[in-house]
Write a new protein. Structure first.
Length: 255
C-alpha cells in the first residue's frame, strides 16, 4: 500500500468538517463474517439470494429462510470487531460528529464502541412479525416464545403467524428514519470514507455519488475495484483491517 496514500487520507480526514463513513460487508470480513459477492467465499456464490432474501422466498419456504438466518447467526455469534471496526470507533472519538452509515446487520460497529451508526439494512439479532400486525415494525422478542426450533420460524405472539429476522430484503423499503438520517448527513458531508462495499445494492450504492455531487471528497478502502472506485478521489487498495489502523497512526503522528 502506497504510504503516500495513507498520509493523504489522514490529511483529508484531519481537515474535514463533517466526516461520514459508508460501510459494507468487507469491513467485517476480517472478523470472519462472509461477504456477499466475493467470487469464491461470498454468500451469494453459494446461495441464491432470490430463494433466501426476499419476502416471496419467505412466503414460499419460511423454514428454509428462517434456517438460513439461524445459520448466519451461528456464523456471526463468535465474531469480534476487527482492527477496522476498532479504528472507526477511535476515529469517532476524535471527530464526534462522524457518522457511520452501514449496510451491515452484524452489530460489530456498535460492539467496537461506535455510537453514531445508521443501519440501512436492519439487525440480524432482532426479529419482527412478518405481517407487522401491531404496526410497522412489530418487534418480537423470540426468547419469550416456546416453539419447536426444528419447525421453522416461531409464531408471532400477537397474531400467531410468522416471525422473521429484522433485516431488509430485496424489494423492501429501507427503514425510513434511517434512510432520512443518512440523506441528511450526506448532504453535509465533506469527506466520505467508503469501506468494503461492492456498491451494487441501491440505495446505498448511490450515496458516495450523491456525496460527491454535494462536493465531498471520497476515499475508498477496498482491496478490489468496486462500483465506487470511479468516483473515489483516493483508493486505498488493501484490506480495511490493515489500511485503517495505518491512517489512524498517521493522524496521531501529527496531533
Ligand atoms: C473488503 C475486504 C476487506 C473484501 N476490507 N474491503 C435494478 C436497478 C437498480 C436497483 C434495483 C434494480 N432491481 C432491484 C433494485 C433494488 C435493489 C437493488 O439494489 N438490487 C441490485 C442488486 C440490482 N435494492 C433493494 O431492493 C433495496 N430496497 C429498495 O431499493 O427499495 C425500493 C425499491 C424496491 C423495489 C424495486 C425498486 C426499488 C433493499 C436492498 C436490501 C439488501 N439486502 C441485503 C441482505 C440483508 C440481509 C442479509 O444479510 O441477509 O443486504 S443484500 C446484501 O447486499 C446485504 C448487503 O448489505 C448488501 C450490500 O452488499 P455489500 O455490503 O456491498 O457486500 P458485497 O459482498 O457486495 O461487497 C463486499 C466488498 O468488500 C467487495 O467490494 C470486496 O472487495 C470488499 N472486501 N474484503 C475491505 N478486508
Amino acid at each position: 500500500m502506497n504510504p503516500q496514500f495513507i498520509q493523504q487520507a489522514a490529511d483529508l480526514i484531519r481537515a474535514s468538517k463533517q466526516l461520514t463513513v459508508l460501510t459494507g460487508a468487507g469491513v467485517s470480513k476480517e472478523s470472519g463474517v462472509p461477504t456477499f459477492r466475493d467470487a469464491l467465499d461470498g454468500l451469494w456464490a453459494q446461495y441464491d439470494p432470490k430463494r433466501l432474501a426476499t419476502q416471496f422466498a419467505f412466503e414460499t419456504d419460511p423454514k428454509l429462510v428462517w434456517d438460513f438466518y439461524e445459520f448466519r447467526r451461528d456464523l456471526m455469534r463468535p465474531a469480534k470487531p476487527n482492527p477496522a471496526h476498532v479504528s472507526l470507533a477511535a476515529l469517532e472519538q476524535r471527530f464526534p460528529t462522524m457518522q457511520i452509515i452501514t449496510q451491515n446487520i452484524d452489530n460489530l460497529h456498535e460492539q467496537a464502541g461506535s455510537k453514531n451508526v445508521i443501519r440501512l439494512h436492519g439487525n440480524i439479532w432482532a426479529n419482527k412479525c412478518f405481517y407487522d400486525c401491531q404496526g410497522e415494525p412489530t418487534p418480537v422478542d423470540i426468547s419469550t416464545i416456546g416453539w419447536d426450533r426444528n419447525s421453522g420460524p416461531p409464531p408471532c405472539p400477537y397474531c400467531g403467524r410468522w416471525v422473521r429476522p429484522d433485516v431488509v430484503w430485496f424489494g423492501e423499503m429501507l427503514p425510513p428514519d434511517q434512510l432520512r438520517a443518512a440523506k441528511e448527513v450526506i448532504a453535509q458531508t465533506d469527506v466520505m470514507l467508503v469501506i468494503g462495499t461492492s456498491g451494487v445494492v441501491q440505495p446505498a450504492a448511490d450515496m458516495p455519488y450523491i456525496a460527491k455531487y454535494h462536493g465531498a471528497t471520497v476515499i475508498e478502502f477496498n482491496p478490489v475495484e468496486s462500483e465506487i472506485t470511479p468516483v473515489a478521489d483516493l483508493w486505498l487498495q488493501a484490506p480495511a483491517g490493515e489500511s485503517l489502523p495505518r491512517v489512524l497512526e498517521a493522524l496521531d503522528e501529527h496531533v
